[in-house]
Ligand binder design. Structure first.
Ligand code: HEC
Length: 197
């Protein structure tokens, strides 16, 4: 489980870096080295979600139908009609089951082990030119729409924190669990035992 969380965190961080080089997140405090940071400053950027169980998903709800409308306004130029691929990125639809073959097709439907990863990704990094400008309701709606296109949310369906965390993603058990000893390291910040070779 731990390694899956790490994989998704790394994926999200990579996108965030790519996205943040284009535009600063809307609403993010303008923090500078040496200035004190308030709890409110931290709260504004503390948007982590535990993707395996959805803890940290915010309140709110969004429908597939609303997602389709927002998508047409804010996403289609780069991702194409029905997320089938556009000017900036390939298809975000299909490929379910392809991870078991040597012709993998990476989409949120085929790859992500947990649905809340999609919420985290969109909220953190999309649209690429204005990351973190969407409301939580818009992010739920867009997630519902993309998962609907992948056959994982029914037509006329919607998503909230509870229903999103409950989706059984097809590739949930498709990752190799990293059980090397250093993946089991116990965090220590004080009076730590000496490091063994
Ligand atoms: C200006 C172009 C642009 C716009 C607009 C845009 N995206 Fe993206 N999006 C990208 C690019 C480029 C990537 C790939 C980033 C990477 O791999 O680092 C991406 C990646 C993604 C992914 C990850 C796909 C995967 O297969 O894992 C999702 C989900 C996504 N975008 C959703 C959205 C949504 C929803 C919107 C509208 C709110 C949106 N994007 C608007 C350019 C854009």
């Amino acid at each position: 489980m731990r390694s899956l969380d790490i994989i998704s965190a790394v994926a999200a961080a990579a996108v965030f870096c790519a996205a943040s080089s284009l535009a600063q997140a809307a609403g993010a405090p303008d923090l500078k080295l040496g200035t004190p940071v308030s709890a409110a400053d931290i709260a504004a950027i503390d948007i982590d979600i535990s993707t395996s169980d959805g803890v940290g998903l915010p309140p709110g709800k969004g429908t597939v139908a609303d997602g389709a409308k927002i998508y047409a306004e804010k996403c289609v130029e780069c991702h194409g009609e029905k997320a089938a691929g556009g000017s900036m990125y390939g298809s975000m639809v299909g490929g379910v089951g392809s991870f078991l073959t040597d012709k993998r097709k990476l989409t949120p439907g085929s790859m992500y082990p947990y649905a809340p990863i999609l919420f985290d990704y969109i909220r953190r990094a999309m649209p690429m030119t204005a990351p973190q400008s969407l409301t939580n309701e818009e992010v739920y709606a867009l997630s519902a729409y993309i998962l609907n296109l992948n056959g994982l949310v029914p037509d006329g369906g919607s998503l909230d924190a509870k229903t999103m965390a409950a989706i059984e993603m097809p590739n949930r058990n498709g990752f190799i669990v990293d059980d090397r000893p250093d993946a089991k390291a116990v965090r220590c910040m004080k009076d730590c035992p000496p490091i063994k070779d």
